[in-house]
Design a protein around this ligand. Structure first.
Ligand SMILES: NC(=O)c1ccc[n+]([C@@H]2O[C@H](COP(=O)([O-])OP(=O)(O)OC[C@H]3O[C@@H](n4cnc5c(N)ncnc54)[C@H](OP(=O)(O)O)[C@@H]3O)[C@@H](O)[C@H]2O)c1
Length: 196
């Protein structure tokens, strides 16, 4: 099975790549800094160009997407635009533009996050985007052709991220979060919001 993984060098993505490879899957990793194949989720033409160069795959997994964390009163137009363009529409466009590249019975797995359902001060833009991704996934799964499945993983705070940000709490290790992506790729679920 050939899998495109967007964001395979990230905190979550590294573990997703390792977990997918441990299943014997052929993983093609892309992000802004990979070569020869790269992608910038914030640029629709970049997503189209990546798919044109990629050929057919059995699964597309996204462990990427940026949205702005800041107090509501400080979130400007540009912050909302960045969040919508990057994490929300970047991943929506991975599905929209990627359908022709997917083999029958293939799957898309996107990433939202815990702030969709458990917000905190500063998370307004991220909560908006995460909830949007979950709504999109439930709806898109109903219309995906040729047995193609669409799921979204909604990770809790990741242990490594909390430590890096010097934030309190335990979180869930990225290696455990990664299991949810494997479940989405290798299982039968569709339209699911998977909470590791
Ligand atoms: N970490 C957490 O605690 C946590 C919790 C809940 C949800 N999430 C969500 O999970 C996702 C991954 O989080 P993370 O902490 O693993 O992120 P991360 O460590 O910052 O890694 C991000 C990955 O995405 C790539 N990337 C960044 N911007 C991109 C773009 N515009 N186009 C294509 N690739 C891009 C990066 O590579 P390049 O720099 O080469 O592009 C990198 O591989 C995010 O959507 C985040 O909101 C994270």
């Amino acid at each position: 099975m050939r899998v495109l993984l967007v964001g395979g060098s990230g905190t979550i993505g590294r573990e997703v790549a390792a977990a997918l490879k441990a299943q014997g899957l052929d993983v093609v990793e892309v992000s802004r800094h990979t070569r020869p194949l790269s992608v910038d989720l914030a640029q629709p033409e970049s997503i189209r160009a990546m798919y044109a160069a990629l050929g057919r795959v059995d699964a597309v997994v996204s462990a990427a997407g940026e949205a702005k964390f800041a107090p509501l009163a400080q979130l400007g137009d540009g912050d909302f635009e960045l969040s919508l363009r990057n994490k929300l529409m970047g991943q929506v466009n991975l599905v929209r533009f990627g359908l022709p590249n997917l083999n029958d019975g293939g799957s898309f797995t996107l990433t939202s996050g815990v702030l969709a359902r458990s917000p905190m001060p500063g998370s307004a833009a991220i909560s908006l985007v995460n909830a949007g991704l979950e709504g999109f996934t439930r709806a898109a799964a109903l219309e995906a052709p040729r047995g193609i499945r669409v799921n979204v993983v909604s990770p809790p705070w990741v242990t490594e991220t909390l430590r890096a940000l010097k934030m309190p709490g335990e979180g869930l290790p990225a290696a455990q979060v990664a299991r949810a992506y494997v479940r989405s790729v290798t299982g039968q679920e569709t339209g699911a919001v998977i909470e590791p």
